[in-house]
Design a protein around this ligand. Structure first.
Ligand SMILES: [Zn+2]
Length: 499
């Protein structure tokens, strides 16, 4: 089939509902339309004869890397063959963050048990599998890569299939071996290395495609335990990119592995650091929930060192440990962050992320001409404190009341830098008017010190919160407003009058 007839065929099936400006290359559509399982797919067709690779994510709703990585991979171009991506195979389970379809127990709720094969024919069961199977048949993929996660590390003796490549095969599979090599790049700890497995569970989508369609089928499993989402997504992207390169669909895997957002996506783009020194997954989810309408992606140290920030409008460094984040980034990562802001990017620091941006730590980013004051007593405790907003603060946070209560968790006490070279003008947006002092700290020390500041750095902008707006009731829009300022997002200008 040519690309045009293939597209016509998909349109005939009612699968295509939208195409972009490059109609002959990118097609998008939905399956299971009008049901709770309605979900989008995307095809990048190079229009050059070659294999079709189908990437699937989100079959299990509690395995976020598979879904996220597939969504990222959906932005990749290929120069030979077709790349088809279905990033959210099981929307109700993804929304509930459960393995099974909400409200259903055992295999009845497990979408990856619904593709039963009887005499080499697939008999999909349940509410979602029939539409997915019709889609797979219509695509007729040469290779299927189904992205999943496990709870443990297989190589460390876990019963979980986490951190493995499961392949349906009779003999050694070169595709499996090259994905293992790509995924294991840089993993020193033998207990955390990806291993090969070959028994694909009955009822799984990948096995059904292998048996009924003769598709080369792999299930790519990362491990959610003790690993940030950004790392798992990178592992998934590495494996998929390696397979595409070996199939001759793209020249080099690295630019793909580092491609996380669609250049055509018009939504504001925010990178949220989730590497060592950042908080846990629930912290990340809280930030995302407070940034509606934005494309928020978790980035780790490796992503930042590889230059992935360049595709974003702003980066958020959240609570946790400032020195821990600095150590994770290393000097090359810290240089990349400074370069990003210097060239026009936005930086938002919250608590630890604010320590990271200050001037008087050897590991600091030195983005803001402020020093961390009373460092000896940083463990001064958590409290709800009173802040008073300045005129600029009230403007930034949309005419907020000037006196507010805010959650404080041992964030920095800031005072102007002692470095005379560092004389950029800092706007204070809010002052602490009350203080907390445990572990030998004097609560009075922090009273009347800046709680929220902003400053320009090169062509970019930096806004630091010592306290936590995201943990405070009725401040749900403050992060978004801080981002709008940092990324210089202004109201949409009126179109020029036509002549
Ligand atoms: Zn799974």
């Amino acid at each position: 089939m040519t690309a045009a007839t293939r597209l016509a065929h998909l349109m005939f099936l009612g699968l295509v509902f939208a195409t972009t400006a490059q109609a002959e290359e990118i097609a998008e559509g939905v399956i299971a339309s009008g049901t709770p399982f309605e979900t989008r797919w995307r095809v990048y067709d190079s229009e050059v004869a070659g294999p079709t690779v189908l990437v699937i994510g989100g079959v299990h709703g509690n395995e976020p890397s598979g879904h996220r990585a597939a969504r990222q991979i959906a932005t990749w171009p290929v120069n030979r063959g077709r790349l088809v991506v279905l990033p959210a195979a099981n929307p109700p389970a993804l929304a509930a963050r459960t393995r099974r379809i909400p409200g259903m127990d055992g295999d009845a709720g497990d979408l990856n048990r619904h593709f039963e094969v009887i005499h080499d024919e697939v008999r999909p069961t349940g509410s979602a599998a029939p539409a997915i199977w019709r889609f797979v048949e219509s695509i007729s993929p040469d290779v299927i890569l189904d992205l999943h996660e496990g709870y443990g590390f297989r190589a460390a003796g876990s019963k979980s299939v986490g951190t493995s490549v499961i392949t349906h095969r009779e003999v050694d599979d070169p595709g499996q071996q090259l994905m293992l090599r790509a995924a294991n790049q840089g993993i020193e700890d033998p207990r955390r290395r990806f291993v090969e497995l070959d028994g694909m569970v009955a009822g799984s989508l990948a096995r059904a495609a292998a048996v009924a369609l003769g598709t080369e089928a792999h299930i790519l499993e990362t491990t959610w335990k003790d690993q940030p989402l950004s790392r798992r997504c990178r592992q998934h992207r590495r494996m998929v990119a390696a397979r595409l390169v070996a199939l001759g669909m793209c020249g080099d895997s690295e630019p793909l592995v580092d491609m996380i957002v669609d250049p055509e996506d018009a939504r504001p783009r925010i990178a949220l650091f989730d590497g060592a020194g950042a908080g846990n997954a629930s912290q990340g989810r809280r930030f995302e929930a407070q940034l509606p309408g934005c494309r928020v992606e978790r980035l780790g140290s490796e992503d930042i060192r590889a230059g992935c920030l360049q595709a974003f409008d702003a980066v958020i460094f959240p609570g946790g440990s400032g020195s821990g984040q600095a150590e994770a980034l290393g000097v090359p990562g810290r240089d990349k962050v400074r370069e990003f802001v210097d060239e026009g990017g936005g930086y938002i620091g919250v608590c630890a992320g604010s320590y990271l941006a200050l001037d008087n730590y050897t590991w600091g980013l030195r983005l803001v001409p402020m020093d961390s004051h009373d460092r000896k007593h940083w463990r001064r405790g958590n409290a709800i404190l009173t802040i008073e907003l300045t005129e600029e603060g009230r403007e930034t946070f949309l005419k907020s009341e000037s006196v507010r209560e805010i959650a404080f968790r041992q964030g920095p006490l800031m005072r102007p830098s002692e470095d005379p070279e560092n004389d950029a003008t800092v706007d204070v947006l809010a002052w602490f008017r009350t203080g907390v002092g445990r572990n030998g700290a004097d609560p009075a020390t922090m009273i009347d010190t800046p709680a929220i500041v902003r400053v320009g750095f090169g062509a970019g902008r930096v806004l630091l919160f010592s306290p936590h707006p995201e943990l405070t009731d009725d401040m749900e829009d403050w992060l978004r407003l801080a981002f709008d300022w940092a990324a210089e997002i202004k109201p949409v200008p009126q179109a020029a009058p036509s002549r």
